[in-house]
Design a protein around this ligand. Sequence first.
Ligand code: GLA
Ligand code: ZN
Length: 679
Amino acid sequence: MNAGYLMHGGDYNPEQWLDMPEILETDIERFLEAKINTVTLGVFSWAKLEPQEGVYRFEWLERIIDRLYENGISVILSTPSGARPHWMADKYPEVLRVNGMRQRNLFGDRHNHCLTSPVYREKVRLIDTQLVKRLGGHPAVKLWHISNEFGGECHCPLCQEAFRNWLRKKYKTIDALNDGWCTTFWSHTYDNFEQVESPSPIGERSIMALQLDWRRFISDQTIDFMESEIAAIRAAGSDKPVTTNLMYKFWDIDYFKMAEKLDIASWDNYPTWHKCEEWETARDTAFWHDVIYSLKKKPFLLMESCPGATNWQSVSKLKKPGMLEAASLQSIAHGADGAMYFQMRKSRGSQEKFHGAVLDHYDGREVRTFREVCATGKMLETLGEVAGARTQANVAVVYDWENHWALEGSCGPRNENMHYMESVEKSWRAFRRMGLNVDIVNQKSSLEQYRIVAAPMQYLFHDGFADRIRKFVENGGTFVLTYWSGVVDENDRCFLGGRPHGLMDVFGLRAEEIDGLYDWEENRICRPENAGTGKIEGLKEQYRCQYLCDLVKPSTAETLMVYGDDFYAGTPALTVNHYGAGKAYYICADAEQSFYDDFYRTLVRESGMTGAYEGEIPEGVEVTSRSGEQADYVFIQNYNRFETQVKLPGGEILFGPADGKLKPLESVVVKRKKAQDAL
Ligand code: GLA
Ligand code: ZN
């Protein structure tokens, strides 16, 4: 869906102001001034749309959509299933969620319904059908927004039965389940599927495969619920694209699987800007932008962000001048086709009355936040031609939801924290420091298009993953695997015969033992004293490493770095094996960031790849590029708290200062015609 412009707008709740029509008129006036071209309606409107069971009221919403349309503003229309009306919970208590202690919620809050409940599903289907029939064909409506921030789990009897059916489908027989889950351990053998219960603080917690399957089930059931909403929309006759708003570092749902069902990925982003260095927050946010882009490998939407200060973080910190523009541009730089807000207007009461918005309770034009929104709107309009352009990556980092669940859920080798995400982000950062675009892929993704793939801590191996790695290396790719990989199968059962399973010949080693380090402990990764081995350019004498140290025994692998301390001092800490036309590297321990920076720099140099920036990128500066049909766009952003001189690539400056002197939070966007100067 390339609208031909970048979307600017956000969640709009006019249902809260129906008795004050003058407010709605002011809204439109302000929206036009701020170059708002899209708003999201209906996210939490169910009680106004269906005030009594089966009694629908759409006229108010239609009037608002008409008014917006007359003013050139498009609509993302949301299904209201993120929060339900009181009458429904009163009449059908089964729609209320049950927690792990088997206690049912009272009515209240939101995002707390049972996603299995046939009643809930039917009520949602009916309202969605009405929504499509009454308003889906409206020319202002461009996109469906399914529900809101899906998440959480329900342990009610209906969910227990659905879980058992999910297991019956997967395992067919109880013997197969017992075998898969290793239930002989502690005599936890099941006699039949009816005995299976979801994990509970007062019940089963020791079967890791049960926990893993429960997480898969919750993820699948949520996706299934979302699909039932999409099916309702399609059945009612709308073929407009669908999205749902995903969240930051959210582990409950396998977003790769969820995104398969969506036309567009979108997400909500609320960084704590100004809490630490701006560049640190920018880096953290950028990683997640890349995850969301990678889900569909095409432009996404920043569905929600805050124009001012949120009211749910520990401290409500205002965005400093220029921050909104920089943060919005960052999403565009990483592949978004729109930067949107929560919320357009602050509500008068209730939980979010102090949450930042485009329009405050005093809604004058001169309000600082509003001026920042106007500046952002102007910038997005200037950069409209970027819409639809892709971010192209030759390198990828593997992040896999199921691996994450299994790795963090297992007892040992470190129950304090395995630091999985940190290890993924370290590799990603090293590539990003060179201005390379990076895809985040999961174990099921095809690897062919990449030159270098980094796969940190792939504890659980999906069927087929080892084969894909083997082929990738055989065909000339460079693959980097780390400690604690290829340990268990899809059921969290340890592979017999050594790790990394299925790849010991590709990596030319076998990992024998793993040492867990206390938080205060460190080891070192050092250049070996023997100059005959350890020939790798660009690495320093030594780096610190922490958390986990894999002890490996090489067969054909060459040792490039060794441990510096402890009883395994002098044994391999970094190895390479030549396999087929490619190279297979194994990093044995979690090293400090500068190791990854130096190591990947060497690999990238060897591969002949270059980023979108000529030379060394100054610290605190972020560089990305998007590739359109006619032109490429290079984005350079200064996240330092001081002016920074950057080298501009040749081309037309679409936005920002022409001399490359970037003030704090300032950015420059350069357009480069394809034929003229390809990247
Ligand atoms: C989430 C929700 C919104 C709103 C914001 C507040 O992203 O989707 O409805 O509550 O948080 O930051
Ligand atoms: Zn339930």
